[in-house]
Design a protein around this ligand. Structure first.
Ligand code: NAP
Length: 245
């Protein structure tokens, strides 16, 4: 039994849901954050609790500092600590660069980048005092290679990689590891912005000839959270089927 606690932002749907399930199965205590998906969160809570996994839910908008502080306080009080933070919550938007409004820009930066900043900063205050911790930031291949019509999204995902590398240097001496996962095209609700033709093209451009699954990413997160990756920090691992090499 692993006596560790993980907090997964956006943990009730898509990749986050697969990670909540995978970490619970590994024996972690799991705090599942959600913002809008209350029904999905309750359903997942019931499913995992019935299997006697120790999971809790917390509603918070990651772009709101006070809500993030309350969530991490709750995690430490309820589970007695916070060992692993997975910054997974994120939004995407398919829009021509010339059409992006100030509101689009701010929303993208606030959720994808500031959310990661708030959760990491608040968690790190606790982790540094404990002299241990592990943060996994979910970036994207588009943060590495750039996506047409998703410039503001690509910027946030590239920013997450920068944050991962810089923070890994700053907090490594406190025995805290920070890594990033940059998924390829993963079959979740986020793909609803693409039509089936776009998706076929993406599959054809993927050497392994398929979309990724949320489990492909969850398996990677389990590895990065485990002692098997003890000497890995500041790195970007990209499960993408060979789409970006
Ligand atoms: P998804 O199914 O659309 O899920 C997005 C998740 O983010 C939901 O759980 C949502 O929670 C949460 N979220 C959004 N805004 C939030 C906020 N303000 N506060 C807290 N949670 C918030 O997408 P997904 O594919 O699982 O994406 C998960 C992560 O993987 C994202 O960071 C995404 O950029 C990244 N990613 C996805 C792909 C892909 O192809 N799917 C590829 C590369 C990277 P609520 O519904 O509760 O609001």
């Amino acid at each position: 039994m692993i006596n560790k606690t993980v907090l997964i932002t956006g943990g009730a749907r898509g990749i986050g849901k697969a990670m909540s399930e995978a970490f619970a199965k590994e024996g972690y205590n799991v705090l599942i954050n959600f913002n809008k998906s209350e029904d999905e969160a309750n359903e997942l809570y019931t499913k995992l609790s019935e299997k006697n996994f120790y999971v809790k839910l917390f509603k918070a908008d990651v772009s709101n500092r006070v809500e993030v502080e309350n969530m991490i306080d709750y995690c430490v009080k309820e589970f007695g600590g916070l060992d692993v933070l997975v910054n997974n919550a994120g939004i995407s938007q398919d829009k021509l660069f010339t059409d992006i409004t100030d509101e689009d820009w701010d929303r993208m930066m606030n959720i994808n980048l500031k959310g990661c900043f708030y959760c990491s900063q608040v968690a790190l205050k606790y982790m540094i005092s404990e002299k241990k911790g592990n943060i996994i930031n979910i970036s994207s291949i588009w943060g590495i290679s750039g996506a047409s019509c998703e410039v503001h999204y690509s910027i946030t995902k590239a920013g997450i990689i920068g944050m991962t590398k810089a923070l890994a240097k700053e907090v490594g001496p406190s025995n805290i590891r920070i890594n990033s996962i940059a998924p390829g095209v993963i079959n979740t609700d986020m793909l609803s912005e693409y039509n089936s033709e776009d998706i076929n093209v993406l599959v054809e451009e993927t050497p392994l000839m398929r979309l990724g699954t949320p489990d492909d990413i969850a398996n990677c997160a389990i590895f990065l959270a485990s002692d098997k990756s003890n000497f890995i920090t500041g790195q970007v691992i990209s499960p993408n089927g060979g789409f970006v090499i």
